[in-house]
Design a protein. Sequence first.
Lengths: 375, 375
Amino acid sequence: MPASERLTAVYELPGPPEEAERLARLISFEETVEVPLDFPLPNAIRDGIVGKPGPAVAARDGRFRVAIDFPAALAEGGLGTLLNLVFGNASIWPGVRLVDLRLTEDLLSRFKGPNHGVDGLRRMLGAKGRPLLATALKPMGTSDADLAATAAAFFRGGGDIAKDDQNIVDGSFVHFRTRVSRIAEATARESARLGRPCLYLPHLSGPQEELEARLDFVLKEGLRGVLICPAIVGLDQTRRLAESRSAVIMAHPSFSGAFYADRSHGIEPSLYLGTMTRLLGADVTVFPNAGGRFALTPDECRAIAARCAEPLGRLAPAWPSPGGGMSLDRAPELARDFGPDALWLVGGRLLMSPGGPEAGARAFRDAIARAFPEG
Amino acid sequence: MPASERLTAVYELPGPPEEAERLARLISFEETVEVPLDFPLPNAIRDGIVGKPGPAVAARDGRFRVAIDFPAALAEGGLGTLLNLVFGNASIWPGVRLVDLRLTEDLLSRFKGPNHGVDGLRRMLGAKGRPLLATALKPMGTSDADLAATAAAFFRGGGDIAKDDQNIVDGSFVHFRTRVSRIAEATARESARLGRPCLYLPHLSGPQEELEARLDFVLKEGLRGVLICPAIVGLDQTRRLAESRSAVIMAHPSFSGAFYADRSHGIEPSLYLGTMTRLLGADVTVFPNAGGRFALTPDECRAIAARCAEPLGRLAPAWPSPGGGMSLDRAPELARDFGPDALWLVGGRLLMSPGGPEAGARAFRDAIARAFPEG
C-alpha cells in the first residue's frame, strides 16, 4: 500500500476550538506512537506514522469536529486493527466521540461486506419494492413446539423473516440442534404450503468453540442464515463467520449500547450500527428505533438507514431494521422515515395481536401494502 | 443446574426510587422474555424466567441501586450468554449502569480464569513481595532491532516484563514472525546473561483467522504469553484463547472505554476491567490509572485492584496493572494505592529517561525497593 494513502477518522470533541485541536493532537499521538508530545521522535515516524489532525469545525451542543488523517497502511491488519487505530485508547478519553470514518478504496476492497444485502434478500424472498416484515420468536421459556407454531402462523399471515429473539439461547449444542430443527421443519412446511420462501434465522450464540459448528448445522438444515450479536460474539469474529459462509447475517445490537447511548463519547450510532456493522458483513442491521423504549433519536435512526445505503467501496447495501416498541399505528411513520428498503422488526406487539401472530403479520403486511401500493 | 440457583446483577439507575424500581422491572423483562409488561405470560415463565428485582437503595449522585436475580441456568451458554443476559438490550437504555455481578459457584466453576495469576507470575519471574515492573515497546514505526534493543536495555535495568505497545501491530503474519523472533532472541540472550527470567509479551492482534496460529508461534518461540485487547479480539474469544493454551494473558483496555468513561451508563470499570477480565482468563489487567490522561478516579482504580484480588470461585487472583501517564514521582502513591500485588506499567516516561530504558527501569526498580524493602 503506498505510504501516501490515508484514512480519515472524524471525532467530536469538547470545545473551545483550541481545546478540541489540542485534544485531537493528543489523540493523533495516542492512537499511533503513544508517547508524550515531547518524546524525541525520529522525523520519519513523526511525519510518516503520527496522525495529522485538521482544524476544529463547530458541531452541535457546543462541541467541535476534527478530522484526523492516519496512514492507511496502519489498518492493514484488518477490522480489529482498524478499530484499535481509530478508537483504541481514544475510547478511554472523556468527551471523545468517533463520528465518521473514511477508508481508502484499497482498505474497503479487503472487506467482503454483506453476502446478500438489499438486492440479494429481495431475490431470496421474492419481495419487490416494499419493506420486509420480520418478527422475533419469543418469549424465552416457550417450548420449541410453540416457537415453531408462532413462526408458522407469522408466515401464514405474510411475514417474511422469523428470527429467534436474541434472548433465546441454548446452553447446549444438543438443545440448539433440537430447537432449530423443530422450527426449521415448521418453516419448510409452511414455505411449501404457501409456495413462497420463508426465512427462519436462529440465534447463533454460545461458547466461541461451538459457533462454527452451530452455523454449519443451521446451513445443513437448509436454513439460509442466522441472527448474531456482533458486540458479544466479537466484531471481527462475526466478520470471519460471515465471510467464510454465504449465510444471511442479521446483526443485533445487544451489548453494544454503551458505545452510543450517551452523546458525549463513544461512537456515533450510524457509524457503529450502519457502516461498521455493514463492513463486518451484516445483511441486516437491527437498531433500537426512536420512539420506543431506547435512546436513539429519529435523526440518528435515519442516519443509520442512510449509512446502510450510501456507497461504500463495492460493498452491497444492507437492510436497516428498526425494532423495539414497534406498533401498527407507527406504520405510516416507518414508511415515511425509512422507505421501501427497510426491514420492519415487530416483536411483542405483533405476537400479542388479538388474532395471534397470523393476524398480527397480516395487519402489518396490509399497512405495508397501503404505504407501498406498487410493492 | 437446579432451577432455584440464581445469579444477581446489580444496576445503578436514575431516581427517584419508584422510577428506579419501575426501570428495574422493565429490565428484568427486557433481558429475559423481552415482551411488554402486559403480555399474557404463562405463570411458569413469569415465575421461572423473568428476573426478580429487589428494592431501590440510594447510591451516589442521586442514583439508586437495584439488584435483579436471574435464574443461573440462563447463563449456561458461557460468557457471551452471560453478558447478553445481564447487559444485552439493557446496554441501550439511557441511564442504566451495571455495577456488580454475583455468579453461583456452579457458574464460576465453568471458568478456568487466569492460567498463572499472582502466584504463578511471581514464581515464573522469581519475584517476591514487590510489584512487578513492565514497559511497552514503542513507538510504532520503530525498527524491530530497536524494539529488541529497548527490551534488552529495560531488562538490564531490572525490568520484569516488556510487552508490545498495543499500537504495535503487524499487518502480515510474516512480519509478526520476523519481529517477534527478533525481540524473543534479544529477550532470551538478556535472560541468560542476567541469570533470571525476563518476559516478553508480543501483541496478539490481526485477522481473527490468524490469532491461534500467531499465538502458537509465540509459544513455539519459547515465549510465555501475549498482550491482547479483549474488547477488540472479543471477550469470549479471548477466553477461548486463554483456556486452550497455558499462556500468560495480559489484557489491554483498548476499545473498551465506551463502557466506563461515562458514569451514568455502561459498566462499572472495576467490574469490566477487574471481574470480567479475570473471568475471561487475564493474568494481568491493564487499566488507565487515575491522574494520567484518562477518565478513571483513584477510587475506581483501587476498586479494580480489589476485584482482581477478591474471592471469585476458585479463580486465581489477577494482577492489576495501572498504566498511562506513569512517572517516577508517583511511585510512593502507586505503592500506597496498590500494594505489592500490582504490575506497574510504565511506557513513555521510562523510555525517555535521560539514561535510556536501562536507567529508567533501574530508577523504577529502586523506587519499588524503597517502598517494599522486604521484596
